[in-house]
Structures are given as structure tokens and as C-alpha cells.
Design a protein around this ligand. Structure first.
Ligand code: BES
Ligand code: ZN
Length: 844
């Protein structure tokens, strides 16, 4: 393999004039690029992918060039080094890969339409125009667009349009920026606009398939997020506008293109009168995430993709900081505790996991390092830890200096630690590097040894792991004043336990607030003390207790059976976070049961008992004005009641269905998925199946669409399952962007597991051809690994995936997922009898 050189070392662009002529009918683009910059050598290269190159000139003269498709490059020989202007003419196809310049398909009143949009991160700008497609190669851009335009179309780009001449749309020169952030789109759009206090125009755009009020929530959140960041970062938003655009086909969740952020429809547009709070929280945090990037990512960009975490971890933390500030009633940090924390703790416990900061060179590998549980969730936890260490004031002061020092340029993690270190006087880098450069995290054991309270750290594994004697600098956050702030050593002795206990007057606890990335294993004496005082714990502490115990059980450090009797203590909690932790455990216990046997019946009965009081309290009809906790708790308990086959719950859901049969989309969004699923599973028919499938095609409400997917994939009818799987490759029914959810639904359904598994093995090539280019691809493997739990499936998994272990981007996922399934199979074999006995005992 050729050595990978960064092309920026050969040629440093300063300014691009890009002209692109797009023909939707023939799915072809033709373009010219004029780029001026500094040639450091005479043998330079610029990126291209899938292009036909018509001509290359340097300073007006034809020069020798060679297209090197393996390196995604045009290699150019210049007469001399120094300042050079290149002119390149090219043509390229428009593909349906959701990368580069691509069409999105949708229907309005039965009429098929399309919108053209772009997705360039990480390395697809080179599919739209030849460029040095590396984050460090920042330049200014003048964009001009021509297309087969018709009446009533809107064109959007990073910068405002300055003029239209002979059908060509010209846009204002951008600020200095990376190629992966260039964006444009056009089609029949609707939009709403407002202006921030500082005069930035904010807009939300989508297709005309949506009701106009679906744009309102996003417009409000976007405006207030920009206002929040201008204040928080003490750095103005540098562009005249911030557009948010929902695209019907989108491979990622959203993308922070500077001035023109693009989103999946589900993550931007929502019916303000009928959307679940959970979805509103999601949309708000996605918007806040992308807008955090407008500074952290766009204004200051990672130098190379190995520092991708710097972009993503930071934006992932800021989405919570911002939404907590502008929508305090959302209690958004609770979502951090129920989503990011467990995702990171679970994934990071498998040996072979990547570190947050990870080396990467090959373009084919870049997308595969976006392991969201690590780069997003763990990285965000690292930064939450850093923020707790330095405090908000130093964080803000440090950031302000960081932006001032690196704006319109690039930075690395060390530059951030330096800025935060200077602002706080704390050597943040030394502490953070122990977390960023090493994979995994520690379990801290707290034990009374010879009368002394003693702490020790050791890497925590779920499944087999090679202990490399890693050590972390752990912010302990103990509730006894005698606890050191940072644990640097393997072991610390806090002192005489009896004395400490009586002085402090409460059970000993670590990681109070659950903001550090470690779990705690208390010895029996300390655990019993905590369990005797659970009522004194706040909701996050209760969640943490359950989460840590569950992880310890997954890692075989305690028995799963020992957790079962504790669940009742938490069953009547009105806190959504506690219910989340509780029902996650019920979900994990399912792997020990066998369908249609006593073990399953007992677990169903336990779920019924645990949920009964909350089901009675909350009911099936959301009440106007009820608390966020009530709104978020209802789905957990209704789902538990339906899993338990509670006849009353089934009847109520069926009644709601019958009452709304002609307007299913208007069922209250909080309970809609359960009503639909109950109907499919317990009252299903081919007629209902077809009706729901048709509704799913026709509705523009992404939440409703997702509910239908969850319901239909639950069917127990083999004929309907086969029918559904036939639709997997029919993009008119199931868009490739939504397929993973459908696949997961069928695979996780015991009646569909075999069929879904057969499908993915038989049609792997189709899947690779369809979504192989984007970062979701590997997560299909993750989905399979999240379901399998038997030795037979493990063998089949290995037989199918092991031969693919050398495919770029797949290797780590396959290796890790083999471990994930292996450890689950072993856990089930070892503990099945004890767990089922413990559950039977509970429901006796
Ligand atoms: N920059 C990413 C999107 C991205 C990542 C595109 C890698 C291509 C390659 C964006 O800011 C992002 O993080 N999107 C998330 C949603 C976010 C709110 C967590 C996503 O797409 O999952
Ligand atoms: Zn991001």
C-alpha cells in the first residue's frame, strides 16, 4: 500500500472558485474549480473521487497530471513551486449514496419529488469538486451553482446568495473553513426565519410535505442556542445566517455545515401538538449539538481526524450544557445519565475497544472511528469530568482564549488542555490524558480491610480481558471529606472505618453525581449500609446504584441473582431516571429466560408487579400539564405491563386503537407505539399490516413512522415477517436511512430472529452497496451482537463475520462483537438457573 501523505503538506489552498452545474434528470454534474494556493513541491496532489477529469491547468497552462483512483487523487506536476492557481474541469455522477451531492426523495400528495443536498464529512467533498479534502486545508470559497431549475425552488448554501446571472446562483465568499463543512441544497422548500439579539438570521427549512408548524420548535431552539453560545463562548457567531435544513434522506443524524446545518427530518421537524417529550428532548439536543460545532469544529477545527473526539465529545457535552440553560425544565442532564453514561460504560468495558483519541490515516478507516459510545458518550463524560475539575468560569475563560488563539485555524486536544490549564491553574492535560489515550475504565473497589476503609482501582471488563495494568487519575467525588480529590495510585487507605462512619453519619459513597467515568464495587458491609438508606439517595444516586450493580453483574463480579430482590425497592419511584435503570435491568434479565416457558412467565409476572402501581397512577391517557417525570415514566411502565401480558393493559390499548382507527397518527404520541404494537401482536391481521405499512409510507411525521416500524416488526406471523423482509430492499417503502431500525426490530423479535439473520447474511453485499459508505454500516453488526445469546448463534456469527475481519473499518467491530456475544453466552450458561430461581422466588 502506498504511504499516506497529507496532501496539505504538498499544496496549501487559499481560495477556491467552484462552479457546479447539476443535472437532476441525467444525474450528472459538470464543474470547474479554480484554486489558488501555495505549492511546497512540484509534485502535488488534490483529492477527487468518482470523477472524470477533463483538463488541468496551472497558471493558465496545461500541465501533466494523472488520476490516481486508489488514492482518490489527481497527481499534478507543476513547472515550479510557490504561488500557483490551478484550473480543473471535471464531471461526475450523482449517486444515491447519501454522500457528496445527492438527491433526497419524498412525496407530496402522491407526487414524487426530490431535493438535492450535500454531505461531505468526512471525505466526500472530493466527490463534489476537486480539493485538498483535509480538515487542516482551510480556505475561502466562492460557490456558483447552476441546475435544471424550475419555478418555486429555493437555493441554500453556507453564505447568502449575492446574485443570479444567466441561471447561475452566486454566493458570497465564505470565511476560511475546511472543505468538509461546505454545503448547499435546492428544491421546493418551505422555511421560517427569525433573528437573534445580535442580528444573526436563523432559519428552519424542510420539504412541503410537512405542516408549517412542524418548523416552530426547531426555530425557537436554534435561535436561543445561538444566543446562548455567543454568550457562553464570548465569541460572536461569524456568519450572517444559520440555516437548519431537514433532508428526507440522510445517513448521519445531523451535520454541522457552517451556516447550513443539515438534519434527518426526525431530528429537526416535529408536530408541536403531539410529540413525546423524549423526542422533543432529542431534537433540542441535536440542534444544540450542531450549533455548538459552529464554534467548536467549524471556527476551530481538529487538525486531523485522530482528534475527531475533540469536535464530537465537546459538542456532545455542550448539547446538554446549552439545553440545560435554555430549557431548564427539560432536566436534560438526566438524559445524559440514562443514555450517554450507560452507553459509554457498557461499550468501554469490552476488551479491544478503541481509546477516545485514536490514530487514523486511511480514509476507509476514518468513518469507522466514529464509535459513538466512545467518541461521543465516553468523550463527553471525559469533558464533563474536566468541567467539574476546572469549574464553569475557568471553562468559559479558557474557551474564549482557545477560540481567540485558533479561530479560522486548527487545534489538537493538547491545545484545549493548555487553554483550560492556563485558565484554571490545574494540569488538566495530565489527568485527562490518562482517560483519553487508554481504552477502558476502572472499577474502584471500596472495602473495609482490617478495620480500614480501603480503595483500589483495576480495569473493568465485561467478558475476557487482558489486564495491562492500566491506571487512571480518578476524580473520586467521595461523600466523606477524607476522600482524596484525585486517586492516582492503585490503592488508597482512608482510615479507620468505624470512626469515619460515625464522623460522617452516612453510608460511604463514591462518584457522587455519577460524573466520573468509573464504577464502584462496595464490599458487602458497605453495600448493605447503602441499601439500608436508599430513601436518602437522590434519583441520580439511585440510578447509579442500579447501573453499577448491573454492570458488575454483566462483568461477573457479582451475581445477577443478587440484584433481583432489590428491584422492588425502586418499583414505585416516580422518577424517570430510576425507572429507566430499573427497566433496563428487566430487559437484561430477559436473556436468562426461554420463550414460552415458566422462566418467561415468571419474569413477566415480576414486570407486572413492579409496574402495577405506576401503571395505575399514570394510566393510558396523558394528562395535560403532567410533570416531565410522569411523561417519561409512562412508556417504561406501559411497556412492562404489555410485556407482562397484563390483560387490562392489553384491553385499554386495544380500546384506544379502536377509538382512533381512522386517525392513528393522532393517537397521543406518548403511548402510540404501545397501542400499535399491542394491536399488531394481539389483534394482528394482514389487513392491519397493510394499513400500517401504507400509513408509514404516507406520513411525514417521523415519530409516527418510527412507531409503526416498532409495531410492525413485532408481528409473530411468519408470513407477515417474510413480507416485511421483502420490503427491506424497497427504498420506496423503507428508506435505507431507516432500515437499521426495522432490521433490529425483526431480529429482536423471537419469531423473526431467524428470518432477519438469514436476510443479512444472504444480502450482505446489497447492504454494503447501499449503506457501505456511511458510518452506520458497522452498527448493523453491533445490532446483531446486541441480540444473540446462544452458543449456536455465536458459532454462526463467527462463521459469517470472521472472514470479513480484514475489511477496512469492520475488523474492530467484528472482534469486539464476538467478545460481546461470547461473554453473554457464558453469563447465561453460568447464571441462568440462579437468576430464574431468584425471579421465581420474587413472584411466589
Ligand atoms: N459531525 C457529525 C456528523 C458526522 C459524523 C457526519 C461523522 C459524518 C461523519 C455531527 O455533528 C453529529 O455528531 N451528528 C450526530 C448527531 C448528534 C446530535 C449526536 C449523528 O449523526 O449521529
Ligand atoms: Zn457532532
Amino acid at each position: 500500500m502506498t504511504e499516506l501523505t497529507h496532501f496539505y503538506n504538498l499544496f496549501q489552498p487559499e481560495h477556491y472558485d467552484v462552479f457546479i452545474d447539476i443535472n437532476r434528470a441525467s444525474k450528472q454534474i459538470k464543474g470547474t474549480v479554480q484554486v489558488s494556493g501555495l505549492a511546497k513541491t512540484t509534485e502535488i496532489a488534490v483529492h477527487q473521487k468518482y470523477m472524470q477529469i477533463a483538463s488541468v491547468q496551472a497558471d493558465g497552462k496545461d500541465v501533466a497530471y494523472a488520476v490516481d483512483n486508489a488514492a482518490e487523487a489527481i497527481r499534478i506536476t507543476l513547472p515550479a513551486t510557490g504561488k500557483t492557481t490551478l484550473n480543473i474541469a471535471y464531471s461526475a455522477p450523482l449517486t444515491d449514496s447519501m454522500m457528496g451531492i445527492y438527491p433526497s426523495y419524498y412525496e407530496v400528495d402522491g407526487q414524487k419529488k426530490q431535493i438535492i443536498g450535500t454531505q461531505f464529512e468526512t471525505t466526500a467533498a472530493r466527490q463534489a469538486f476537486p480539493c485538498v479534502d483535509e480538515p487542516e486545508a482551510k480556505a475561502t470559497f466562492d460557490l456558483a451553482l447552476k441546475f435544471d431549475e424550475h419555478e418555486g425552488e429555493t437555493v441554500l448554501a453556507n453564505m447568502p446568495e449575492t446574485r443570479v446571472e444567466n441561471g447561475v446562483h452566486y454566493f458570497d465568499t465564505t470565511v476560511r473553513m475546511s472543505t468538509y463543512l461546505v454545503a448547499f441544497a435546492f428544491g421546493e422548500l418551505q422555511g421560517k426565519e427569525t433573528t437573534t439579539k445580535s442580528g444573526v438570521k436563523i432559519g428552519v427549512f424542510g420539504t412541503k410535505a410537512h405542516k408549517a408548524n412542524e418548523l416552530d420548535f426547531a426555530l425557537d431552539i436554534a435561535k436561543r442556542s445561538i444566543e446562548f453560545y455567543e454568550d457562553f463562548y464570548q465569541t460572536p457567531y461569524p456568519l450572517p445566517h444559520s440555516w437548519q435544513l431537514a433532508l428526507p434522506d440522510f445517513s448521519a443524524g445531523a451535520m454541522e455545515n457552517w451556516g447550513l446545518v443539515t438534519y434527518r427530518e426526525a431530528y429537526l421537524l416535529l408536530d408541536p401538538d403531539n410529540t413525546a417529550l423524549e423526542m422533543k428532548q432529542r431534537v433540542a439536543t441535536v440542534i444544540a449539538h450542531e450549533l455548538a460545532h459552529q464554534w467548536f469544529g467549524d471556527l476551530v477545527t481538529m487538525k486531523w481526524w485522530d482528534n475527531l473526539w475533540l469536535n464530537e465529545s465537546f459538542a456532545n457535552m455542550m448539547e446538554y450544557v446549552a439545553i440545560d440553560a435554555i430549557e431548564p425544565d427539560m432536566n436534560i442532564w438526566e438524559v445524559f445519565q440514562t443514555s450517554e453514561a450507560p452507553a459509554a460504560l457498557q461499550r468501554d468495558a469490552t476488551d479491544g475497544v478503541q481509546s477516545v483519541h485514536v490514530q487514523v490515516e486511511n480514509p476507509a478507516e476514518i468513518d469507522s472511528i466514529f464509535d459513538s459510545a466512545i467518541v461521543y458518550a465516553k468523550g463527553a463524560r471525559m469533558l464533563v469530568m474536566a468541567r467539574a475539575l476546572v469549574g464553569t468560569d475557568a471553562l468559559r475563560a479558557g474557551l474564549k482564549n482557545y477560540f481567540a488563539a485558533h479561530k479560522y485555524g486548527n487545534a489538537t486536544g493538547d491545545d484545549l488542555w493548555e487553554a483550560l490549564g492556563d485558565a484554571s491553574g490545574i494540569d488538566v492535560g495530565a489527568i485527562m490524558n490518562s482517560w483519553l489515550e487508554q481504552p477502558g475504565y476502572p472499577v474502584v473497589t471500596a472495602a473495609v480491610k482490617d478495620g480500614k476503609l480501603t480503595l483500589s482501582q483495576k480495569q473493568f471488563f465485561i467478558g475476557d480481558g487482558v489486564d495491562k495494568d492500566h491506571q487512571w487519575q480518578i476524580p473520586l467525588a467521595g461523600n466523606y471529606a477524607q476522600t482524596p480529590q484525585i486517586m492516582k495510585d492503585k490503592t488508597v487507605v482512608l482510615g479507620d472505618y468505624a470512626q469515619l462512619r460515625s464522623e460522617n453519619g452516612k453510608p460511604f459513597r463514591l462518584n457522587v453525581g455519577n460524573n466520573s467515568h468509573f464504577i464502584v464495587r462496595y464490599d458487602q458491609q458497605l453495600l448493605d449500609d447503602i441499601l439500608a438508606h436508599t430513601d436518602e439517595l437522590n434519583h441520580i444516586d439511585q440510578l447509579q446504584l442500579l447501573q453499577d450493580l448491573r454492570l458488575l453483574a454483566e462483568g461477573r463480579q457479582i451475581s445477577y441473582a443478587s440484584i433481583v430482590p432489590l428491584l422492588k425497592k425502586f418499583a414505585d419511584s416516580k422518577a424517570a431516571v430510576v425507572n429507566d435503570a430499573l427497566y433496563v435491568i428487566i430487559g437484561k434479565l430477559k436473556k436468562f429466560t426461554t420463550p414460552d416457558t415458566e422462566s418467561e412467565k415468571n419474569l413477566q409476572q415480576l414486570a407486572n408487579q413492579l409496574s402495577a402501581a405506576n401503571v395505575a397512577r399514570l394510566g393510558w391517557q396523558p394528562q395535560a400539564g403532567e410533570s416531565g417525570d410522569d411523561q417519561l415514566t409512562r412508556p417504561y411502565v406501559l411497556s412492562a405491563a404489555l410485556y407482562a401480558k397484563n390483560t387490562d393493559a392489553e384491553a385499554q390499548a386495544h380500546q384506544l386503537f379502536t377509538q382512533n382507527a381512522d386517525k392513528l397518527g393522532s393517537l397521543p404520541a406518548d403511548v402510540r407505539v404501545f397501542v400499535l404494537k399491542n394491536e399488531v401482536v394481539n389483534y394482528g391481521s394482514a389487513e392491519l399490516f397493510n394499513k400500517l405499512l401504507a400509513e408509514s409510507k404516507q406520513t411525514a411525521d417521523a415519530s409516527f413512522k418510527a412507531d409503526i416500524a416498532a409495531a410492525l416488526t413485532g408481528t409473530k406471523d411468519p408470513a407477515l415477517i417474510a413480507e416485511l423482509i421483502k420490503k427491506f430492499e424497497d427504498a420506496d417503502t423503507i428508506k435505507p436511512q431507516d432500515l437499521r431500525a426495522w432490521f433490529r426490530g425483526v431480529l429482536a423479535n423471537s419469531a423473526g430472529e431467524q428470518a432477519a439473520w438469514d436476510w443479512i447474511r444472504n444480502d450482505w453485499q446489497w447492504l454494503e452497496d447501499t449503506v457501505g459508505g456511511d458510518m452506520e454500516f458497522t452498527t448493523y453488526i453491533t445490532v446483531v451482537a446486541s441480540v444473540f445469546r446462544t452458543a449456536d448463534r455465536l458459532a454462526e456469527f463467527k462463521a459469517f463475520f470472521e472472514p470479513k475481519v480484514n475489511v477496512p473499518g469492520l475488523g474492530r467491530e467484528i472482534t469486539m462483537d464476538t467478545k460481546v456475544i461470547t461473554s453473554r453466552v457464558e453469563l447465561v450458561e453460568a447464571e441462568q438457573a440462579a437468576v430464574n430461581a431468584a425471579v421465581a422466588e420474587e413472584v411466589k
